[in-house]
Design a binder for this molecule. Structure first.
Ligand code: EPU
Length: 430
């Protein structure tokens, strides 16, 4: 894969449209396993993680047809059975954990390779397993796969999560959707994509209430039929553009958003001196004055999202005074800090806390994306920095952002994708 070469130091201006939410699309596509009928799913982002999930379904025997750039038709009526041992694919995404719940919900047992995804520290699945066991399953992990069986069949249950988990909440919902009786998930997460998955399943005939609150009730139905559904806009992609214009200065309008989903981000950015105006399904973001310091602690929704930690840290690098970022979801979120230091950031990390002393300017440097959101942060830093930034390991970024370079360039950014080293060097010296 190539590199991004960014000639920084320019304001962003113009309009951009956000794609469908990666994390919702991956969960909804996988949920189609539960449906015996044709699902037409729109507003799908064009990202490599989606390609991986569609390939998984095809290997399981689904019929998958792209109707246009952002719409896919999936029919899982003829799936072969509860085996999805595709280590080469499941290792590529975290959302492949949803295969466990979806396959279990469809077939009453599941044999699935373990998932991969961004390395953000240890990512246990004990709460998913706790949920499956409560539904009557025996769970065993061997040879890189998880084997979930229910000798006496699945039964409904009341599950209280000991730890907030997006993936665990979705997985138990998927497993329970076709179990006769009522399953109750307590201490559930409330993220917009959990609501999106519940809405998709309900549109296919499920009976789920309470998604978006911390108690979700799933009344099992015998069968899910097909239907049409459209994925919600990507809250984190929108937040990434908001952070970018906050870092570079300028004014942009971001289209295809749900303002409510952005409140957790906008409130904090406003504290930092960014002007934000809600315009129905668009938002205007402007930064003309200096950035002010702030403190942020990441939390489950509606708290400040961990997936905006690194992009917001770039603003902290440039804000007047000392800012503190506390990460409460993932152990290893701060690996990007070393890369920002290469660009002149003044930052210290101690465990789950990073302290940023604002500097006047960042300076361009060769840096490496160490995960998806870290990669997005480096683009933002590169756009704001004086000089040229070269970002390598960009496959992380392309996993989760649809057409990001073209969208940024439409706002006046100078980003070039170069495939080979020699060309990157020539561009960096141009
Ligand atoms: N956790 C446990 N036990 C479990 C499950 C989770 O201890 O059984 C811990 C995790 O180790 C982590 C915390 O709970 O420390 C939260 O994990 P969660 O299950 O909520 O996260 P996830 O489902 O693995 C999803 C998103 C992430 C996003 C987090 C938090 C997808 C595919 N991934 O991950 O998205 O950061 O929720 O909102 O939806 C990204 O898009 O870049 C990304 C990493």
């Amino acid at each position: 894969m190539g590199k991004y070469v960014i000639h920084g130091g320019h304001e962003l201006h113009g309009e951009v449209s956000v794609s469908g939410f990666k994390n919702a699309a991956l969960a909804v596509i996988t949920s189609a396993i539960l449906v015996e009928g044709t699902c037409v799913i729109g507003n799908i982002p064009k990202i490599s993680d989606v390609t991986v999930h569609l390939e998984i379904l095809k290997r399981m025997g689904a019929s998958v047809r792209l109707i246009d750039d952002t719409t896919v038709e999936i029919n899982c009526s003829k799936l072969r059975g509860p085996r999805a041992i595709f280590d080469d694919l499941t290792r590529k995404t975290r959302a492949s954990t949803y295969l466990m719940g979806a396959v279990l919900g469809r077939f009453g047992s599941a044999h699935v390779s373990l998932s991969g995804g961004c390395d953000l520290g240890s990512r246990p699945i004990d709460q998913h397993i706790k949920g499956f066991e409560a539904l009557g399953c025996n769970v065993e992990i061997k040879n890189g796969a998880i084997h979930i069986t229910a000798q006496d069949g699945l039964h409904p249950a009341r599950i209280y999560f000991d730890q907030r988990t997006v993936g665990g909440t979705i997985n138990v919902m998927l497993a329970a959707v076709r179990i006769p009786g009522q399953t109750v998930i307590e201490n559930a997460n409330k993220e917009p994509h959990i609501v999106d998955v519940a809405n998709f399943l309900n549109a296919m005939g499920a009976n789920i209430t309470g998604a978006g609150t911390d108690v979700i009730k799933v009344r099992g139905v015998r069968r899910l039929h097909g239907g049409i559904y459209s994925i919600i806009p990507d809250q984190i992609e929108a937040g990434t553009f908001m952070a970018a214009v906050a870092a570079t200065g300028g004014e942009i309008v971001i289209h295809n958003i749900i303002p409510k989903h952005l409140e957790c981000i906008s409130t904090k950015f406003e504290e930092m001196g960014v002007e934000i105006v809600d315009l129905d399904d668009s938002i205007l973001v402007r930064r003309t004055g200096p950035l002010r310091r702030t403190n942020v602690k990441t939390m489950p929704y509606p708290g400040f999202p961990t997936d905006m930690n690194s992009q917001t840290a770039v603003l902290m690098c440039l804000a007047q005074g000392t800012s503190i970022m506390t990460e409460s979801i993932f152990q290893d979120r701060f690996r990007y800090v070393d890369e920002l230091r290469r660009m002149g950031a003044h930052a210290q990390v101690d465990g789950q806390i990073a302290v940023f002393e604002g500097v006047e300017n960042l300076t361009g440097a060769p840096v490496r994306a160490c995960d998806l959101r870290a990669g997005a942060a480096l683009i933002i830093a590169g756009l704001a920095a004086q000089g040229v930034t070269e970002i390598s390991c960009i496959e992380y970024i392309e996993r989760g952002y649809d057409n990001l370079v073209a969208k940024f360039n439409g706002l006046g950014a100078g980003i070039t994708l170069v495939e080979d080293e020699a060309e990157a060097e020539i561009l960096a010296n141009a």
